[in-house]
Ligand binder design. Structure first.
Ligand code: ZN
Length: 342
């Protein structure tokens, strides 16, 4: 349940400054290395927090400024995953090909992966802080497996590692955790068979607010083409939401703005908080506060106000910085306008 009506957050990532990493890339190279890199990442977290606070975002993230890629940042730090052994494979149901690290042995989390940047972010903001982590199914779908021979077995190994990562980050003062599972929108049979159970295994006893993010991906060309192929009405959520309603998560973060997601799916989330995507990440056109307010109004036709929170459709990482920041401000202003409208 939201603390304020139409509580705002972001899906997770923000663009990295050009002095830190190659701009407008999903998987950029760092510009610098060593201690200078760590200092620059911390400075980039400061900028990410500042822009979210300035925009009036209630639950902020570190903008994922210390990770090159949202999956490999976590999975690549685990024992059993060899980041130097790269295999090219089709991911997300062969929607696109990617260079993926390889699972070469039993997965084991030897140390906290994201503790340093979360400790820094915690000290740098007084707002509620959310950490985003890739979900087990999405991790498995973004690696080459040479060890487990079963997506399910591998997924539960990563769920175990995530469970302990979350415990450590909550102890550092994280208020909310979001598990990113874009793969849920592709492998429906697996979601039903073991995906929800693996998700729940990550967050069991988490001691903080929990959410799952299921989207139609970043606004990159392969995704835009895929979306065009999905027809006039996107029915994926109609299948998924009743399953997610049975999970242990508190909220479900999903794409809605500028999409062909039919509004009837908003009624399929059971008692979960709907973390509504009110900002389209597939266009550089910046929404107005009125646009955001109008999207919230659609959700209000199906859900009570205290079960509506607002977010971006997906991460903003590949966008030009100034457009991403302007979209943050539209998100904050639109939610404020909706609150004023009783
Ligand atoms: Zn997403």
């Amino acid at each position: 349940m939201s603390r304020v009506r139409f509580e705002t957050t972001i899906a997770g990532s923000l663009p990295k400054p050009a002095w830190l990493a190659e701009p407008e890339k999903l998987w950029p190279q760092w510009r610098i290395a060593g201690d200078a890199l760590r200092e620059a990442q911390s400075d980039a977290i400061r900028v990410a927090l500042f822009e979210q606070e300035r925009a009036g975002i209630d639950v902020v993230t570190d903008g994922e400024q210390s990770r090159r890629h949202f999956v490999h940042g976590f999975a690549g730090a685990l024992e059993g995953v060899d980041v130097a052994k790269i295999g090219r494979r089709g991911i997300r149901g062969d929607r696109y090909e990617a260079d993926c690290p390889t699972i070469v042995g039993p997965v084991h989390r030897r140390r906290a992966v994201h503790a340093d940047e979360i400790r820094f972010a915690r000290a740098a903001t007084g707002r509620h802080l959310k950490v985003t982590l890739p979900g087990p199914m999405t991790i498995v779908d973004t690696l080459v497996d040479e060890y487990y021979g079963s997506r399910e077995k591998a997924a539960f190994a990563f769920a175990h590692a995530l469970r302990y990562e979350i415990e450590e980050l909550v102890a550092l003062g994280v208020d909310a955790v979001q598990i990113d599972e874009p793969a849920f929108n592709v492998y429906f049979d697996d979601v039903e068979a073991w995906g929800i159970a693996a998700l729940d295994a990550c967050i069991e006893g988490a001691g903080c607010e929990t959410a799952v993010h299921v989207c139609y991906g970043y606004g990159v060309p392969a995704n835009v083409a895929w979306k065009r192929s999905l027809g006039e009405q996107w029915d994926q959520y109609a299948f998924l939401f009743p399953l997610l309603a049975q999970s242990a998560v508190d909220g479900v973060s999903f794409e809605f703005a500028g999409s062909r997601v039919p509004e009837r799916v908003l009624g399929l989330l059971g008692e979960k908080t709907a973390i509504l995507g009110v900002i389209d990440v597939a266009t550089s056109d910046v929404e107005t506060a009125q646009d955001v307010c109008a999207t919230i109004a659609v959700a209000r036709r199906h859900l009570p106000d205290d079960r509506i929170a607002c977010s971006t459709n997906c991460g903003l990482a590949p966008m030009p910085r100034e457009i991403a920041y302007a979209k943050l401000r539209a998100l904050g202003a639109g939610a404020a306008a909706a609150r004023a409208d009783v």
